[in-house]
Design a protein around this ligand. Structure first.
Ligand code: ATP
Ligand code: MG
Length: 230
C-alpha cells in the first residue's frame, strides 16, 4: 500500500493548553517500502503511527491510502479498511493470554461476516507459524513463550488477513538487542516475500542497519529522511 501525508499537524489538548505533537509532516511511503521512524522520546513517533493507522485523526493536513483520502471514508468504511488492509504490532505484544499461539493467529480470521473454512484457516495459520519459526509452538500459551517468540506470534497475527500495510510502534522495545535484530529481520523477510509495506518506530539506533529508509523525527518535525542501500 502506498501512503501519502501532506502537511499534517496534530496537537493534544490538556487543561486548555495545546501540546503540539506533529508539525507540518509531509511524507510519501511507496508500496512495498520498509521504513523506520526514529527519534527521541516525545518526538511524535506514536502520534505519527496512530495517524497512519487511522486510529486518530489529523488536526489539518491530508492522509491518502493508495490515493484515497481518509477524511472521505465513512466510519463504516474506515472500520473495514483498518480491519482488512492494516496490521498492527505493539511493544507489549497484546496477545490474548487464554488463547493458544495457533488461536491468537487464527482469531482475526473470525472477524467479519465471511470466514474461511477450517481447512483453509489451518493452512493459512500454519503457513504463517512456519514463516515466523513457530510451527512447533502452536499449542503453547503466550505465558509459555519468550518475548521474542511472543512478538513472532504478533507478527503472524498482523499478517493473517493479508494487509497492505503493517504499522509497528516500538516492536523491539522490550527485547534484548540480538532478539530485536531478529524481529526486524523477520519483518524485513515478510516485507520482501509478501510485498507488504512496513513502517515501524524505534528510539534504538542500533537496529536501523537493515532498514533502507529512516525518517528522523525531532519535536514533531521530520528533520532527516535518510535512504540507503542495505
Ligand atoms: N494523550 C496525550 N495528551 C497530551 N499530550 C500527549 C498525548 N500523547 C502524546 N502527547 C505529547 O505529544 C508529544 C509526542 O508524543 P508521542 O507519544 O507521539 O512521542 P513518541 O516519540 O512516541 O515518544 P516515546 O518514544 O516516549 O514513545 C509529546 O510531547 C507528548 O507529551
Ligand atoms: Mg511512542
Amino acid at each position: 500500500m502506498r501512503l501519502v501525508l501532506q502537511e499534517v499537524n496534530k496537537a493534544y489538548h490538556l487543561d486548555g493548553v495545546s501540546v503540539p505533537a506533529l508539525r507540518g509532516v509531509s511524507l510519501e511511503v511507496k508500496s512495498g517500502e520498509f521504513m523506520a521512524i526514529a527519534g527521541p522520546s516525545g518526538s511524535g513517533k506514536t502520534t505519527l503511527l496512530n495517524l497512519m493507522g487511522a486510529i486518530d485523526s489529523v488536526d489539518d493536513g491530508i492522509i491518502l491510502y493508495d490515493g484515497e483520502d481518509v477524511r472521505q471514508m465513512t466510519e463504516e468504511r474506515l472500520r473495514i479498511f483498518r480491519r482488512d488492509r492494516l496490521g498492527f504490532i505493539f511493544q507489549n505484544y497484546n496477545l490474548i493470554p487464554v488463547l493458544t499461539v495457533y488461536e491468537n493467529v487464527e482469531y482475526p480470521l473470525w472477524i467479519g461476516d465471511q470466514w474461511p473454512d477450517e481447512k483453509r484457516r489451518r493452512e493459512v495459520v500454519m503457513e504463517l507459524l512456519r514463516e515466523v519459526g513457530l510451527e512447533n509452538y502452536a499449542s503453547r500459551y503466550p505465558n509459555q513463550l519468550s518475548g521474542g517468540q511472543k512478538q513472532r506470534v504478533a507478527v503472524a497475527r498482523a499478517l493473517v488477513r493479508r494487509p497492505g500495510l503493517i504499522l509497528a510502534d516500538e516492536p523491539t522495545a522490550n527485547l534484548d538487542s540480538s532478539t530485536a535484530h531478529q524481529i526486524i529481520e523477520l519483518l524485513r523477510e515478510c516485507n520482501k516475500s509478501r510485498g507488504v509495506t512496513v513502517i515501524f518506530s524505534t528510539h534504538d539506533s542500533r537496529i536501523l542497519d537493515v532498514v533502507n529508509r529512516v525518517v528522523h523525527l525531532e519535536d514533531g518535525r521530520i528533520v532527516r529522511d535518510e535512504r540507503r542501500e542495505v
